[in-house]
Structures are given as structure tokens and as C-alpha cells.
Design a binder for this molecule. Structure first.
Ligand code: NAD
Ligand code: ZN
Length: 253
């Protein structure tokens, strides 16, 4: 972590860059929801029993043992449904509200950006608040985890699955195209709480950089994005984004 004067200085510089930008977008990952109590995949809390997410969040794991994968998702759904947006989610919602932030591209499946009031949110990896049929077009929005060990489709009887993107699966075409379009328009990208290793989302910062956009990173650790970032702020998302909003508001007045 940084000293507080060092980080204040960087946040102030970030605010000036954002102030001068015309089309700011954000890219978020699991780290922005860590302060809401939702475990990230990478890091010491990224384990569930003796399994790693990469062993559970795959189509192969679901085929082999759907009950196990469902047990893990019920556990994650419980956490998500009782979680509240934290100051980092709220800061991004406020930046959109005051016209500074154009849209959020998120890898998160927890829906907390929308809960915080963000309107433009592109969900690259789906939502854990939705389930869908493995066979037909049936989809359902949830407000609590399903009770059955293996939930079944009311139309065709096939097994239902979380409406999320698993490792090895393609991203939803429409969402990916929206993300590429936003990256093509942005002149500044604020990247918060992503390890920058999950493809193809991890390409987006590099595409933005290639077209000359400024890159501002907020993460508690170095990532592969750090070396292309104009500014890297080594603080927790909540503290960093709250201060950023304060600086931006002062610059406006
Ligand atoms: P990741 O778990 O790979 O990386 C999390 C990153 O956040 C790390 O770089 C870590 O240093 C950083 N971080 C942790 N706490 C932080 C904090 N308080 N402030 C700022 N940064 C913090 O997450 P990822 O890059 O999003 O990729 C993992 C995949 O996992 C995604 O595809 C996503 O779909 C899925 N996922 C989603 C959730 C969620 O929806 N909340 C949770 C876990 C995993
Ligand atoms: Zn069905």
C-alpha cells in the first residue's frame, strides 16, 4: 500500500486527467465487490472447501458433477443476495449521475453496480441473479437461491444453470460488442479491482491504450495492467474512489 500523501497526490492527478477527458468508462472486477464481503477468485480467500474456482466454474465440471457446482453457486448466491453495494460502487454511480462516467463494463456477476444506482452497465460474464435452461430458452430472475439440489426447467425438465459465463465459454456476443464499442469511444479508462488475467476481458485495457486512452488503475496489488497504466493507485477501491469523487467535485466548482 502507499503512504496517504502519495496516494492523495495520485488521486488528485487522476481527477485532473478525468476532468480533461471527454469519454470516461470504467472496467471493474471482483476486487470492487471485496469490501461488500464477496470473495474474489484470486487471493487467499479464493478457495471454497478444497476447490478452486477454475475447477468449478467450467462446463466440464457442471457435466461431471452438477450438484457440486450448484452447491457452490447456492453458497455464492446467498452471499450476493445479502450483500450491499459499498462506497466504491456508489462512487461510480455518482460519477455517472453527474455526467462524468459514461458506462461501466464489469466482469462481476453480482449486480451490485445496478443496486448502487448505475444505469449503464455491461455485464460481460452474465449475472448470478439469473438462471437459465441448459436446453431451451427459459430464463428466470431470482431474488434468492433456488432450494432444489438440482433445479429443473419448468418447460422441458432439463437441468437449469446459473446464467453466467464459465471458463472456456464464449462471452455473450451483444455484451462483448457493446464493450468493444465503448472502448472505441473512450479517451480514459478507470480500471478497478481486476487481476487483468481473465480473457478476453483482459484485452480491453490494452485496446484502450492502443487508441491513446489514458489508463487509471485502482488495485491493492500490481497487475499486468500496471505497466500500461498512466496512474496506478494502490488502495482499496472504496477509499480510492470516494476520494476521487471528492477531488472531481472540487475541480468542478
Ligand atoms: P480476480 O479475483 O481475478 O481479481 C481480483 C482483483 O481485485 C485482484 O487483482 C486483487 O488484487 C483486487 N482486489 C481485491 N480486493 C480489492 C479491493 N478492496 N480494492 C481494490 N482491489 C482489490 O477478479 P477478476 O479480475 O474480476 O476476474 C475473476 C472472474 O471471477 C471474473 O470473470 C468474474 O466473473 C468472476 N468473479 C466475480 C465476482 C463478483 O461478481 N463479485 C466474484 C468473484 C469472481
Ligand atoms: Zn428448458
Amino acid at each position: 500500500m502507499m503512504s496517504s500523501t502519495e496516494s492523495e497526490h495520485l488521486i488528485e492527478k487522476a481527477a485532473q486527467i478525468i476532468r480533461r477527458s471527454k469519454f470516461l468508462i470504467a472496467l471493474t472486477g471482483a476486487g470492487i465487490s471485496a469490501e461488500s464481503g464477496i470473495p474474489t477468485y484470486r487471493g487467499s480467500e479464493g478457495l471454497w472447501r478444497r476447490y478452486r474456482p477454475e475447477e468449478l466454474a467450467t462446463p466440464e465440471a457442471f457435466q461431471r458433477n452438477p450438484a457440486l457446482v450448484w452447491e457452490w453457486y447456492r453458497w455464492r448466491m446467498e452471499i450476493v443476495f445479502s450483500a450491499k453495494p459499498n462506497p466504491a460502487h456508489k462512487a461510480l454511480a455518482e460519477l455517472e449521475n453527474i455526467g462524468i462516467l459514461k458506462c461501466i463494463i464489469t466482469q462481476n456477476v453480482d449486480g451490485l453496480h445496478q443496486e448502487a444506482g448505475s444505469k449503464c452497465v455491461v455485464e460481460l460474464h452474465g449475472s448470478i441473479r439469473r438462471i437459465r435452461c441448459t436446453n431451451c430458452n427459459f430464463k428466470l430472475h431470482l431474488s434468492k437461491p433456488p432450494e432444489e439440489t438440482l433445479p429443473r426447467c419448468p418447460h422441458c425438465g432439463s437441468i437449469l444453470r446459473p446464467d453466467v459465463v464459465w471458463f472456456g465459454e464464449p462471452l455473450p456476443k451483444e455484451e462483448w460488442e457493446k464493450a468493444l464499442k465503448l472502448v472505441g469511444q473512450c479517451d480514459c479508462m478507470l480500471i478497478v479491482g481486476t487481476s487483468g488475467v481473465v480473457m478476453p476481458a483482459a484485452l480491453l485495457p490494452f485496446l484502450a491504450k492502443d487508441r491513446g486512452a489514458k489508463i487509471i488503475e485502482v488495485n491493492i496489488e500490481d497487475t499486468p495492467i500496471t505497466r500500461i497504466a498512466d496512474i496506478s493507485i494502490r488502495l482499496k477501491a472504496g477509499e480510492a474512489l470516494t476520494k476521487l469523487v471528492t477531488f472531481l467535485k472540487n475541480l468542478r466548482d
